[in-house]
Design a protein around this ligand. Structure first.
Ligand code: AMP
Length: 466
């Protein structure tokens, strides 16, 4: 252990020119666990101008306080850093310190798989959803590689593309948190806001750029940003990017990058579109698949109704009337299906809204806002659009269409019964969907009981036991 510590200290002295204060093991400080993502400090309406991570003490304007220690000079327990499983992944002291500060005790599965691959320079195609810790899986090793490549060249060397501005803001905040002991700069650009502040941030010469595709292309066309020095390229939530119609933008951005680069693609599913995007953008990529947890909350009462496709809308109206539910989230498989259903519900007198990838950011935010406030009680969503929905008290989830991917069932149902509250989930199953139902039941390892409506309904025949 002692020699390992010495090696790490030596390595860091060479690389980061850090002042170390090594405390004996008896004085180890335990940091509270803080596994949850902290609230972004950057306003999503403003651009986070490339901050110098070393100079937080002077951020509020005016002269910095007398002799305020630089973050990198703050004492830390080298033995704890050396013994951390994050060090065993190959991460250097500044990064391990940052994750320990966050209260992370061990790498999540996606981090354990992806970090060493990225450090080794491999391209990676990773199937991992939000919540698996995938952001740290790409941000940590990229920060390390950039820091090792030398001081800032004031050119963008790492580009992280993500579909929505919320995700972009969250990633930028993580870059700031994980990079707080390094001297790298980052900037954040996304559409729907004035470009002025983003231009200023880009002129400051960030090493890392977190961007949504549309605004980035605009800025490229105006020659406000050039990407010819990019050596690390991340496509985050690629499936959602395709669903939102960004595929051509993504390809155009990819084409503007040098071919000698490392590319990482993260997606919740690796379906047809993702496979071909990956083939055109990645080179001999290592594949990583992280299966999401497959448990549904005990507090959610789940059931199934066998009903023909044509009768589903009428059944939904009945469920909504009988249930006198609070907030209801209805899942459809297609965007058009979501629109059609929402229009029909409106005509039937239910206040509803549809949310899916074809809606503008503004329209989606408005729909979510009125759902949160209770002005709209029924939200009809596709799986991809629903991922960004952060509303706690949803009392009913209706699977109007069963999901093609069984794991999505768990995510859908997880929208209700949160924080110990009770919730209900009803799945509408047409004859064509019986194999999808079997996939779901196999995944959650239980059979869904039939829905007990108040009045009997004409139902399609139940399938034979799987
Ligand atoms: P992500 O999937 O990147 O959106 O991360 C989901 C949440 O997990 C975030 O709140 C992270 O701060 C947190 N997280 C990431 N890695 C770890 C870890 N190794 N241990 C505990 N929490 C983590």
């Amino acid at each position: 252990m002692a020699s390992m510590c010495a090696r790490i200290l030596e390595r860091c002295r060479e690389r980061e020119n850090v002042t170390f204060i090594v405390t004996p093991p008896t004085s180890r400080r335990r940091r509270p666990f803080a596994g949850k993502r902290t609230q972004s400090t950057s306003s999503p309406n403003r651009v986070q101008s490339a901050p110098d991570f070393r100079s937080r003490s002077g951020q509020a304007g005016g002269p910095p306080p007398v002799a305020a220690p630089k973050l990198r000079d703050v004492p830390f327990d080298a033995a704890v850093v050396a013994a951390s499983p994050f060090t065993a992944l190959g991460l250097t002291v500044p990064l391990v310190r940052a994750v320990l500060d966050e209260g992370y005790t061990k790498p999540s599965p996606v981090q354990a798989e992806v970090v060493p691959l990225v450090l080794a320079g491999r391209d990676v195609l990773a199937m991992a959803q939000t919540g698996t810790g995938k952001t740290a899986a790409f941000v940590l090793p990229i920060l390390q590689r950039l820091a090792a490549e030398g001081p800032s060249s004031r050119r963008v060397r790492a580009l992280i593309l993500t579909p929505t501005r919320e995700l972009a803001a969250q990633i930028a905040e993580r870059v700031s948190v994980y990079g707080k002991h390094l001297s790298l700069r980052h900037a954040l650009v996304y559409g729907g806001v004035s470009q002025r502040g983003q231009e200023i941030a880009l002129r400051a010469g960030p090493d890392i750029l977190v961007a949504t595709p549309g605004r980035l292309l605009d800025l490229m066309q105006q020659r406000i940003v050039t990407l010819d020095a990019v050596t690390h390229f991340v496509l985050d939530e690629a499936d959602r990017m395709l669903d939102m119609g960004f595929v051509h933008d993504v390809r155009r951005i990819g084409a503007a990058l040098q071919s000698k680069r490392q590319t990482l693609l993260f997606s919740a599913t690796i379906a047809g579109g993702i496979e071909s995007l990956a083939q055109s953008m990645l080179v001999q990529a290592a594949r990583v698949a992280i299966t999401p947890a497959v448990t549904t909350a005990e507090t959610v009462e789940q059931s199934v109704v066998f009903v023909s496709r044509a009768d589903k809308p009428a059944l939904l109206e009945r469920v909504l009337r009988e249930g006198s539910s609070g907030r209801t989230l209805v899942f459809t498989r297609t965007k058009h299906g979501a629109n059609r259903l929402s229009e029909r519900l409106d005509r039937a007198g239910f206040r509803s809204a549809a949310i899916h990838g074809n809606k503008t950011q503004g329209a989606r935010e408005r729909a979510l806002d009125s759902f949160r406030r209770g002005t709209t009680l029924v939200l009809v969503a596709t799986d991809v659009a629903a991922r960004g929905i952060d509303v706690d008290d949803i009392s009913l989830v209706v699977n109007f269409d069963l999901p093609n991917v069984a794991e999505s069932y768990v995510h859908r149902v997880g929208r209700t019964g949160r924080a110990g509250a009770s919730g209900r989930a009803i799945s509408f199953c047409d004859r064509d969907e019986q194999s999808l139902l079997r996939d779901v039941e196999r995944l959650i390892r239980r059979r869904l009981p039939p829905w007990q409506g108040e009045k009997p309904i004409a139902v399609a025949p139940a399938p034979q036991p799987a």
